[in-house]
Design a protein around this ligand. Structure first.
Ligand SMILES: Nc1ncnc2c1ncn2[C@@H]1O[C@H](COP(=O)(O)OP(=O)(O)O)[C@@H](O)[C@H]1O
Ligand code: SF4
Ligand SMILES: [Mg+2]
Length: 323
């Protein structure tokens, strides 16, 4: 298990992000989220579709701001940064998207795509592009002669390697992967995950690996954050996610659907009622209307995230009665 005393790089502190829905009702996509990302750690973030994973990712890479709360990078709140300070800080936290192709200019050559972040920050001259692009392609195990190709001449897995090369070009301290392997075939997915694990170890970067595939996340993460309707329900070590998880929601996730092809847009079979909307979260525990362990207190009072043992946190009245 990762040592809790390790250096905290990124901390999400009491972060809430709400939106106004089309009918002017408040939708809470992230509700008082608290978590830490340690140096050299892979932190998995799992939960059903719509539970707020991408909303959190966007705030971590400063594409969006919390409605309230702080995002601390080395202790400094980056949620309020503006202008040049924001631009400079963005270098240090990079992201690999689910579909990298959408963020590539189709008319740009691969060498321009992977070197673009360095050019934008004035860290590379035009003369150095070929050499740097080859180095970056080597890093992600692609042939050097790909530098003169265009994105459409590459397979999905190869394009995702380009997305990783580009994200790591600036040598960030944090890499956010939001469903970075979800659109790929299982065999290709495996090779991209292996690449990410190797790079994470070699470069000692902190990785937030956001994915709906619990089995995959468990295998590669030091710790896993389980989210439900914008709330953190449990934080457990990756090795314990196989057996040491305790929250009724995590149990439902782990025990009902357990294959690499899980589709979280489908209801979980062992949970009877439908997933409520983030506009209409039950009072008390957000999971109370689907939980077969629900008690009276669960409908009245929202359980807080509570550390039950070293690094293992859980938000459930079964383990922590507050009144
Ligand atoms: N810009 C937005 N405006 C309104 N609602 C949004 C916006 N972004 C996300 N949401 C809503 O917030 C909730 C969480 O979405 P998201 O973070 O994308 O979930 P996930 O990535 O876990 O599937 C969803 O109900 C989604 O519809
Ligand atoms: S707090 Fe109550 S309703 Fe919520 S998960 Fe725990 S037992 Fe179930
Ligand atoms: Mg998402």
């Amino acid at each position: 298990m990762l040592d809790e005393k390790k250096e905290v790089i990124l901390e999400v502190r009491n972060v809430t992000r709400s939106f106004l829905s089309s009918k002017k009702r408040k939708l809470i996509a992230n509700n008082d989220v608290n978590l830490k990302l340690y140096k050299g750690e892979t932190l998995g973030i799992v939960g059903e579709s719509g539970c707020g994973k991408s909303t959190l990712a966007k705030m971590l890479i400063q594409l969006d701001k919390p409605t309230s709360g702080k995002i601390l990078f080395h202790g400094q709140n980056i949620a309020d940064l503006k202008g040049e300070k924001l631009r400079q800080n963005r270098k240090k936290i990079q992201m690999v998207f689910q579909n990298s192709t959408e963020s590539f200019q189709p008319k740009m050559k691969i060498k321009q795509i992977v070197c673009e972040p360095l050019l934008n920050y004035g860290l590379l001259s035009k003369k150095q592009i070929d050499e740097k692009a080859k180095e970056l392609l080597n890093m992600v195990e692609l042939q050097e002669d790909f530098i003169n190709r265009y994105p459409f001449q590459l397979s999905g897995g190869q394009r995702q390697r380009i997305g990783i090369a580009r994200a790591l070009a600036l040598q960030p301290e944090v890499l956010i992967c939001d469903e970075a392997t979800s659109a790929l075939d299982v065999s290709v997915q495996k090779s991209i995950v292996q690449l990410l694990i190797r790079l994470q170890k070699e470069q000692n970067i902190a990785v937030a690996f956001i994915c709906h595939d619990v089995a995959l996340v468990r295998n590669i993460s030091h710790r896993v954050v389980v989210m439900y309707l914008g709330n953190v329900m449990e934080i457990v070590s990756g090795e314990n996610l196989g057996k040491g998880y305790m929250h009724p929601y995590t149990k439902a996730l782990m025990e009902s659907v357990f294959s690499v092809d899980m589709d979280f847009t489908n209801p979980i079979e062992s949970i009877d009622s439908e997933l409520p909307s983030p506009i209409n979260v039950p009072r008390g525990c957000p999971f109370s209307n689907r939980c077969n362990m629900c008690m009276d207190i669960c409908k009245r009072s929202k359980p807080q995230l509570y550390e039950i043992e070293n690094g293992h946190k859980i938000a459930c009245h079964l383990f922590h009665r507050e009144n």
